[in-house]
Each structure stands twice: as C-alpha cells, then as structure tokens.
Design a protein around this ligand. Structure first.
Ligand code: DX5
Ligand code: ZN
Length: 229
C-alpha cells in the first residue's frame, strides 16, 4: 500500500543567496515537493526562514508542493501564516504543541495537508489517537536542527512499525497516509529506507551537494522504486 515515490529536496542545503533560482532549478531537475525547514532557535538550536520566504519562493516552485516542516515551539500561531503563504502540507513535532489534535485540526481548517514528525527518540504512540487527522507521518532519521548529518540506523525498524500501522489503518478505512523520512538520505541508503516502508524522501545535502541535481534525483527515485518493485 506504499504510495508512488516522492522526492522532496530540502532547501536547507541550497544557496541562501539565490533561493528562488535554486528552487526553480531543483524543480526542473525533477523534485516532486520542496521541503522547507523552519527552525526557531528554541525548539531546535538553529534559525532559518519563515512564512514570508515561503510565500516569496512559491512562484518559483511551479507544480511542486511546499512541504513545510515546522521545527518551532509553539506551533499554532504560524499555521495560518504558512497557509496564507500557500504551503501545501504543514508538519510539526508533537512535543512542540500543547494540543496535538487541535493543531492538526487547525492545519486542516486552514486548507493544508497535515504531517506529524517523530524525532529519533519520540515514540510512535503519539499516532494512536490521531490517524484520522493525518495525511503524512514523518520519521526523523537525524536529530533536527542541521543538514548534512548521518542517518540513524534505528530509524529502519521504526519505519517498518510505522508502515505496519499505516497499512492497518488503510485496510480499516481505505484512507492512505504517506510515510516520509527526513535526514541523511543518500543514493546509497535510500533502497534500504524504501524497503523499510518509506514512500516520501527528504534529501538536502545529497541533492544540493551533488554536481548534477537531476541525475541525483533520478538515482534516488530509481533506487527507491527498484527496492520496492
Ligand atoms: C533537519 C532537517 C532536514 C535536513 C535534511 O533538521 O529537517 O530536512 O535538512 O538534510 P540532509 O538530507 O542533508 O540530512
Ligand atoms: Zn526537514
């Protein structure tokens, strides 16, 4: 019940002095979504960009969806601002919201798809009561805050468990939820990550640090697809 592969380059590893050009270029290179990492120097020890930058970049993304990953605390005040900036999906960390169910409902009310993000040490039990409000589950395979870190191996069994839960839910309800992985995804480990159940892949340094973004995105997609064919 895995969904078609989505490759979502994280512009955290793009050139911040020419973000619009890099977004347009990576979409031409085959990006399905643009992964937009919002950091607040509070929930995570780093600071990036907010809704105004998302809005400014939206025209450069063409048909690619803005996949907004909020690493901020608190969450709710930013949701309407990102919806107005034409985010397609907004994901957040459950530890950063006092009322997870309410935040998910708010994202939907604002017309965006929802995502819940699990740090390496965050248990999947947060899923128990909110599956009906989710469009995407995202597992962090690094601790959030920085690009270019190494993939944490314990994410693989956790992906298998998340896939099991998502498939059981789909069998019960007919509703599909995407399973995204974020951190340290490369051409040489994406096959194992896909085989563990992920269908949506964030790749920052792997894409933007490579000489040819198009051939890297193709290599990522082919490896993910052949691992699950
Ligand atoms: C980390 C971010 C990731 C990161 C991924 O906090 O959420 O999206 O940019 O970067 P790479 O692919 O370089 O690990
Ligand atoms: Zn991210």
């Amino acid at each position: 019940m895995r969904q078609p592969t989505i490759i979502a380059p994280s512009i955290l590893s793009a050139n911040f002095a020419r973000l619009g050009d890099d977004v347009a270029k990576v979409v031409t290179a085959g990006a399905d979504w643009i992964h937009f990492d919002v950091m607040d120097n509070h929930y995570v020890p780093n600071l990036t960009f907010g809704p105004m930058v998302c809005e400014a970049l939206r025209p450069f993304a063409g048909a690619a969806m803005m996949d907004v990953h909020l690493m901020v605390e608190p969450v709710d005040a930013l949701v309407p601002l990102f919806a107005k900036a034409r985010a397609g999906l907004i994901s957040f960390h459950p530890e950063a919201s006092r009322h997870v169910d309410r935040t998910l409902a708010l994202i939907r009310e604002q017309g965006c798809k929802t995502g819940l993000v699990f740090n390496p040490a965050t248990p999947l039990q947060w899923l128990d009561s909110v599956m009906d409000k989710l469009d995407l589950v995202m597992l962090m395979s690094v601790n959030p805050g920085f690009g270019g870190q190494s993939f944490i191996a314990s994410t693989l069994p956790k992906l298998r468990e998340a896939r099991r839960r998502i498939d059981a839910y789909a069998r019960e309800t007919g509703r599909t939820i995407r399973l995204e992985v974020d951190g340290g995804v490369k051409t040489d480990n994406i096959a194992a990550i896909a085989a563990a159940g992920a269908d949506t892949f964030v790749a920052g340094s792997a894409v933007f640090g490579s000489p040819n973004w198009g051939s890297t995105i193709t290599a990522l997609r082919n490896a993910a697809d052949s691992a699950t064919a």
